[in-house]
Design a protein around this ligand. Structure first.
Ligand SMILES: [Zn+2]
Length: 553
């Protein structure tokens, strides 16, 4: 579907080609004045229109109906129609990635070039990814370039100009195709959507542009996939099926947490996103993009169009956050993200690469932006004579901080401050007091379910799961509800092994599905390991009292 859309809207004339005006102007001047060269190199990153321009160029050269002094192909004569359909006998397209052998080059190009065109004026060879040719193939090609027959033209397209031997490149006119400005890509995507009677939200267009990485062909392919969904109006909800999420608010929040040297909250935020179903590689990529944007936005005072097209409020948000962070720190973040990205290939755990980034940034106190300096009280002078009673131990110095203090008692791999990342990214992380505000007097949770109902549903779920899988009975009996926040339940277990069992993807899905079914809305859970000592602490006892869970000794 995507490929179909790409072919359907592929430019067929020079006037359809946008974003490469310098190249288009030079080529059309050469055509109309009859001063074309025998060999060209079209170089540039993928999706910038090299092959498309080569085809339109070939079409103009061989058009039967083009008047002298003009440059546009008629797009209707037999030659134009055959080139559009990719079946012209005189315009030969080769992909060097699949034709690297010297024999192929000799047969298909050099030998073929000796014969006159079958029907049209020129025999034109368009060689895609020409840098992939072997050295001997380049040597064969070079002979033909040194003494080109008058009826032959070569257009060599490449994404890697430096890999073309200088002897070959020096015999060609070189054109460098620049990445398309996103604004031009946006205009084209909108015109395709309109032509296809598809209403598409601005935010979706921005996501397509961000995902395509500046390659028009990829952007059109993604748009084709959205079109294939069959929706008349494509919103972010539909786009979620095809496109990775932008995670704008989430990544901004996470970077703020990291900048405050807060590993606890960073680990918790990552886990919360995981529980929401966010793929860790997507998150890694989105963080990398955001760190890059912040780094540039901090210096430039805006987000350049080649990085991404953002709404006014998103741009303002990026710039204001960028100003709060130091350039060297953002550079470190970006470097850490890039360095750890390759680990996804070699490490089974989806968490480790991001956790290493957190570790790299949050363990070194010097890495964080300067924190406010807090005066530390002088130690009390030591009494000369031993006092009759021990001197009172000074309270540990507490550094005032806008961050939440570590979560109270549960000792776990990830403490559970449950930072809600879906909220306004300018909001500070939730304070502990908000977690502690749940009391039995609060009658209702969000979504019209009371706390009592939720606990009843949990008990029903436990009975159902145990009836199906008795081995989970012991584990579920020793599991208590530790915290409830919106549709997230934090479960507490005594042993790390129990935590592993409950986080097993099959078990987790089964339990969450049953809970969701009973509650009439999506319910997800995380699992915290509470140590033996902590499980007897007043806080946990209080939680158990509050939520009706139990800890089995
Ligand atoms: Zn024509």
């Amino acid at each position: 579907m995507g490929e179909t859309l790409y072919r359907k809207y592929r430019p067929q004339k020079f006037s359809d080609i946008h974003g490469q005006s310098a190249i288009t102007t030079t080529l059309t001047n050469q055509i109309s004045s009859g001063r074309t060269a025998h060999a060209y190199v079209f170089a540039g990153t993928r999706g910038t229109g090299k092959t498309t321009s080569a085809r339109v160029f070939a079409k103009a050269m061989n058009c039967h109906a083009r008047a002298p002094g003009s440059f546009e192909p008629c797009d209707a004569c037999p030659s134009c129609i055959d080139i559009t359909g990719g079946r012209s006998v005189d315009v030969i397209e080769l992909d060097a990635a699949t034709h690297t052998g010297v024999d192929t080059v000799r047969e298909e190009i050099i030998e073929n070039a000796r014969f006159l065109p079958t029907r049209d004026k020129f025999k034109i060879f368009i060689i895609d990814e020409v840098h992939m040719l072997s050295t001997s193939s380049f040597n064969a090609l070079l002979k033909s370039l040194e003494e080109p027959p008058a009826h032959v033209m070569y257009i060599l397209a490449t994404t890697e100009l430096h890999k073309i031997p200088a002897t070959v490149a020096s015999r060609c006119q070189r054109f460098i195709f620049h990445p398309l400005p996103l604004a031009i890509m946006e205009t084209k995507l909108r015109s395709i959507a309109t032509a296809e009677n598809m209403q598409i939200d601005d935010s979706v267009i921005r996501r397509v542009l961000a995902t395509s990485g500046g390659a028009m062909r990829d952007a059109e392919s993604l748009l084709g996939q959205l079109l294939a969904l069959g929706a008349i109006h494509v919103t972010d909800a539909e786009a979620d099926i095809v496109l990775p999420p932008t995670l704008f608010a989430e990544t901004m929040q996470l970077i703020k947490i990291l900048s405050k040297n807060n590993a606890t909250d960073a680990f918790a935020a990552i886990e919360t996103l995981f529980l929401r179903g966010v793929d860790m590689v997507w998150l890694h990529d989105a963080l990398t993009r955001r760190a890059h944007e912040l780094l540039v936005a901090g210096a430039a005072g805006t987000v350049p169009l080649y990085l991404g097209i953002y709404s006014d409020s998103e741009t303002a948000n990026l710039v204001s956050v960028a100003k709060e962070l130091s350039g060297p720190w953002l550079t470190r973040l970006l470097e850490a993200l890039i360095e750890k990205k390759s680990l996804y290939k070699t490490i089974a755990s989806p968490f480790i690469p991001l956790h290493l980034v957190v570790g790299a940034l949050c363990t070194d106190k010097n890495a964080a932006p300067p924190a406010p300096v807090v005066p530390v009280p002088q130690p009390q002078p030591r009494p000369i004579a031993p006092p009759p009673i021990p001197a009172p131990v000074p309270e540990p110095v507490r550094v005032p901080s806008p961050l939440p203090a570590p979560a109270p008692q549960p000792e776990s791999d990830f403490d559970m401050p449950m930072v809600s990342l879906a909220e306004d990214p300018t909001e500070p992380p939730l304070q502990n007091s908000e977690y502690e505000s749940y009391t039995p007097t609060e009658p209702e949770l969000t979504g019209g379910i009371t706390r009592d109902q939720l606990i009843r549903h949990w008990n029903t779920t436990v009975q159902y799961i145990v009836s199906e899988q008795q081995s989970l009975g012991i584990i579920l009996a020793a599991t208590s509800i530790h915290e409830i926040k919106d549709n997230l339940i934090a479960l507490a277990v005594k042993f790390p092994l129990y935590r592993e069992k409950l986080l097993d993807i099959k078990t987790k899905t089964k339990i969450e599905n049953k809970m969701s079914e009973l509650c009439g809305k999506t319910i997800l859970y995380s699992v915290t390991h509470i140590s033996e000592q902590a499980s007897y602490s007043p806080e946990v006892t209080n939680i158990i009292d509050t939520f009706g869970g139990r800890v089995v000794g």
